[in-house]
Design a protein around this ligand. Structure first.
Ligand code: OOG
Ligand code: MG
Length: 254
């Protein structure tokens, strides 16, 4: 379908050049399958430019995020190495249209996870867990979108920062966390906000990725989704996350 290729080109170019675009499906007429086809084709363009696939991000896995964006279906997107921001490092504001940051927890896998798995099976495939910050940046004007829009736009995925990798055998079901900007706490929450247990997000990632024909691979990172609402980030700010028991991470928005 040429529409799919055309929307993929539009959204990939918008992301590449940090330029906002009109919503592609403001009336929500596109099927979710087609929206994911646009996402896949858009990421394929990044891979053709030499980026490497490194994992999956989950979206709308907490009530705080659903309420903030007015959508309630769990979505997912594809992560590439080009989206990685070094822990404690700097990312340039010019790479984004209107970035926001949100506190998450990340998994890295030591085994593939294919299809329907239990939480126990999912945990057995986890090499480590880490506190993480996602930088989301919708390519749509005013950060406004329908469900097909945001899926096509790779679930607003733009950057991710990962803190220290920790033993996954500690209990990470309900860890307190704070997100700070320039040292001022702006969001307080818990990993329990993520589907009541972040492992549920990994289980969903395994199911959805396999259904798309791209099962989770050993070495991939899975971002579990924002535990709180996201915060706007301005140039010059330092954004940091502290998570009970796991430590923290941060980045400069240059
Ligand atoms: C969509 C992405 C949602 C999350 O963690 O819930 C997401 C958005 O809010 O723009 O990344
Ligand atoms: Mg997120």
């Amino acid at each position: 379908m040429s529409n799919i290729t055309e929307f993929a080109r539009l959204l990939d170019e918008a992301a590449r050049t940090a330029t906002e675009v009109d919503q592609i499906d403001p009336k929500s007429e596109m099927s979710l399958e087609d929206a994911y086809r646009v996402q896949q084709a858009s990421i394929a363009r990044r891979l053709e430019r030499g980026e490497k696939r490194v994992g999956v991000k989950m979206g709308f896995t907490s009530r705080a995020k659903m309420v903030q964006m007015g959508l309630s279906d769990v979505i997912w997107g594809r992560l590439t190495d080009g989206m990685r921001v070094e822990e404690g490092g700097k990312t340039s504001f010019s790479r984004y249209v209107h970035p926001r940051a949100e506190p998450e927890i990340a998994f890295v896998l030591k085994k593939p996870l294919d299809g329907a798995v239990t939480a126990v099976e999912a945990l057995a495939a986890v090499e480590a867990v880490a506190p993480a910050i996602e930088i989301i940046d919708s390519r749509y004007k005013d950060f406004k979108f329908t469900l097909p829009d945001v899926i096509a736009d790779n679930a607003s995925s733009s950057g991710f920062v990962i803190g220290p990798w920790c033993d996954p055998h500690q209990d990470f079901a309900n860890l307190g966390l704070t997100l700070s900007i320039d040292g001022r706490v702006v969001q307080v929450g818990s990993t329990a906000a993520i589907l009541a247990h972040p492992l549920r997000s990994l289980v969903a990632a395994a199911r959805l990725s396999a259904a798309a024909g791209e099962p989770l691979q050993a070495g991939w990172v899975v971002m579990a989704g924002g535990a709180t609402a996201a915060e706007w980030i301005k140039p010059g700010q330092y954004v940091s996350l502290e998570m009970e028991g796991l430590g923290g991470c941060g980045f400069h928005m240059g």
